[in-house]
Design a binder for this molecule. Structure first.
Ligand SMILES: Cc1cc2nc3c(=O)[nH]c(=O)nc-3n(C[C@H](O)[C@H](O)[C@H](O)COP(=O)(O)O)c2cc1C
Length: 153
């Protein structure tokens, strides 16, 4: 039987991260929801949970971090983390990763790529990372999902 996958994604700036959530979601035939649609009982209804958002001031969006803070303790429930950012480095996943591990989740994968940003002074430059995520980013996100599906999960 195929695994049930839930993806919780906050994508508030330009819907950059939503593009990643949707392509990963398509590969898993997952349910993709916004944080405000989340209900605590959902965790038990799914076998694998993806948590993602843009990176804002060095961390994931507070709406997703707040959900994790409210979760019950799990016993090795598989989860993956994803994000888009101006400078996509996994160090920005640190807070989310720590909280998920504290709640008993096993992190089975992490994905990050560039996302368009025109916040603050960068708008006077026409923004940074124009067109990102692009087709190549989406292909890598799809490969990420395939790898989890076929190799690790
Ligand atoms: C208020 C704000 C703060 C941000 N802080 C960071 C940051 O600390 N590091 C970074 O690499 N990108 C930062 N960004 C850029 C976003 O992470 C990037 O544009 C991301 O793709 C937005 O995703 P979204 O469209 O899904 O919201 C910031 C953007 C905004 C609007």
């Amino acid at each position: 039987m195929s695994k049930r996958v839930l993806i919780i994604c906050a994508s508030v700036h330009h819907k950059n991260t939503l593009k990643i959530a949707e392509i990963i979601g398509k590969e898993f035939n997952a349910k993709v929801i916004k944080p405000k649609e989340f209900e605590l009982e959902m965790i038990a209804e799914y076998d694998l949970i993806g948590f993602g958002s843009g990176i804002y001031n060095g961390k994931h969006h507070k709406s997703v971090l707040n959900i994790i803070a409210k979760l019950k303790n799990e016993e090795h429930k598989p989860a993956f983390i994803f994000s888009t950012a101006t400078i996509p480095v996994k160090a920005m996943h640190k807070d989310m990763k720590r909280s998920l591990i504290e709640k008993g989740f096993d992190i089975i994968g992490e994905f990050s790529c560039k996302g368009f940003m025109d916040y603050s002074f960068t708008k006077y430059l026409g923004g940074l990372n124009k067109g990102r995520p692009n087709a190549e980013d989406l292909r890598k996100a799809q490969d990420f999902a395939k790898e989890i599906k076929h190799n690790k999960y």
